[in-house]
Design a protein around this ligand. Structure first.
Ligand code: GDP
Ligand code: ZN
Length: 458
């Protein structure tokens, strides 16, 4: 691909209003642009200069920081200029228009979607998997997704892929060297332990797969079980989380006799919220309610997260002590103090040594957001056991194809008349597939597809 080094500019910050907003420009040499915008001023690379941003006529559009990054020490690898002003849509548009106007004689134009990152890729600042991770990090709607995107952005995913590529190349070189000396072919596979090497590569590839498959856990979601005594507001909380009347709410204790499940999405993470029959040990309970309580404990046993509801206006009771004591070990529990509109507590979350206490009102929709955030945190927390790569479908397809070629290679190696040229060929195909992940062999049209999904300014 031919490198386009003509200067480009765009608003780099999100649309809407914010404390600051950034107009970014990148190109082969931006010194002329800087001179046009700030006549007589020298911007020291990587130093913030507080400066008025002026229109051509001299009127001040805004005041802010000008930052000059001299290529190749910049995001794109080219010269980059960042103007950090106030984050209003109108003022940023005016600033962008001014930059486009000042840069027009230099051929400066508005950047295409993803063009900054595309240039970073083409200038070897990032590989393709990392460039994709930029978009994934920006688009991440959950902590878990952000974390795995940033893992990929840091190059951890690329690194494991590179290692696979290197191992494949090494093995391939061995095989190809042997091809030149046909008389030695016969016991080549034994001598070089080529089969063992191949098995090692396949195993490593399986591991990468497994870490990608961990993302599926995120997709399947968590089982969140609501437990507590009758009338503490479990069904009301399910409704508040789901935003509709899915469970029957009544002031008569023991109304929820069977479980009600509602799958909700909190910022992309599916949560199966399970409402249960209230737990109590009164004499007054009938057989049906008793079965309901048994089922409740069945649900608790399958919970990924337990939400233990209590009535904040009544405080804890001996019954609640019994409930807590019966919770399974190792499952995160959030103690939810509901009805704070009656108790006078403020919506809040308190992580103390014994438990996480969360104060809310299901009816008044106070503190619901705190709970959603806490559920997200717990969902992310469950992922931290193993580093997770935010693999895209494209990566999974390439990994799968690479594995197929390695399996074919293994089959060729197993045959009596060991066809080393086919072995070598399958290794080459596997290598190409793996390399496509990091972008060493990626056709232009695929690059176009990948970067066009970015927003302008990225
Ligand atoms: P469950 O038996 O635990 O499922 O409790 P419900 O959700 O059926 O609620 C029992 C009663 O408590 C109903 O009358 C609800 O309106 C009431 N309730 C639920 N949440 C709140 C709240 O935040 N504040 C107040 N004042 N009442 C609530
Ligand atoms: Zn209920």
């Amino acid at each position: 691909m031919k490198l386009d080094t003509s200067p480009i500019a765009a608003i780099a910050t999100a649309p809407g209003r914010g404390g600051i907003g950034v107009v970014r420009a990148s190109g082969k040499s931006l010194l002329e642009l800087i001179d046009a915008l700030f006549p007589g001023v020298t911007l020291a690379p990587r130093h913030a200069t507080y400066i008025p941003f002026k229109a051509a006529g001299g009127d001040v559009i805004d005041e802010g920081l000008a930052l000059y990054f001299k290529g190749p020490h910049s995001y794109t690898g080219e010269d980059v200029l960042e103007l950090q002003g106030h984050g209003g849509p109108v003022v940023l548009q005016m600033l962008l228009a001014r930059v486009l106007e000042a840069g027009a004689p230099l051929g400066l134009r508005l950047a295409e979607p993803g063009e900054f990152t595309r240039r970073a890729f083409l200038n070897d600042k990032l590989d393709l998997a990392q460039a994709e991770a930029v978009a994934d990090l920006i688009d991440a709607s959950t902590e878990a997704a952000a974390k795995s995107a940033s893992q990929s952005l840091s190059g951890a995913f690329s690194q494991v892929v590179h290692t696979l590529v290197d191992q494949t190349i090494n093995l391939r070189m061995l095989v190809e060297a042997t091809l030149d000396f046909p008389e030695e072919e016969i016991d080549f596979l034994e001598k070089s332990n080529a089969r063992g090497q191949l098995a090692g590569i396949i195993e490593a590839l399986e591991n990468v797969f497994r870490q990608a498959a961990q993302g599926a856990l995120l997709r399947e979601g968590l089982n969140v079980v609501l437990v507590g005594q009758p009338n503490v507001g479990k069904s009301s909380l399910l409704n508040a989380l789901a935003g509709s009347d899915v469970a029957i709410v009544t002031p008569i204790a023991g109304t929820t006799r069977d479980k009600v499940t509602e799958t909700i999405q909190i910022e992309g993470i599916p949560l199966n919220i399970i409402d249960t029959a209230g737990i109590r040990t009164d004499e007054g309970i009938d057989a049906v309610e008793r079965i309901g309580i048994e089922r409740t404990w069945g649900e608790v046993g399958k919970a990924d997260v337990i939400l233990h509801l209590l009535d904040a206006s009544l405080g804890p009771s001996a019954e609640d002590e019994r409930i807590v004591a019966a919770f399974p070990q190792g499952v995160p529990v959030v103690r939810i103090w509901n009805k704070i509109d009656l108790s006078g507590h403020k919506p809040s979350i308190d992580v103390s040594a014994d438990a996480t206490h969360l104060y809310l009102s299901a009816n008044e929709k106070l503190g619901i957001e705190l709970l959603r955030t806490e559920l997200l945190r717990i969902a992310g927390w469950q992922q931290t056991g193993e580093s997770l790569y935010l693999a895209r479908e494209r990566h999974l397809i390439a990994l799968r194809a690479a594995r197929e070629h390695l399996e074919f290679a293994r089959q060729h190696a197993m045959q009596d008349d060991q066809s080393l040229d086919l072995f070598a060929e399958e290794l080459r195909l596997a290598q190409d597939q793996l390399s496509s992940i990091t972008g060493q062999f990626t056709p232009d049209d695929l690059l176009g597809v990948i970067f066009s999904r970015f927003c302008i300014g990225k």
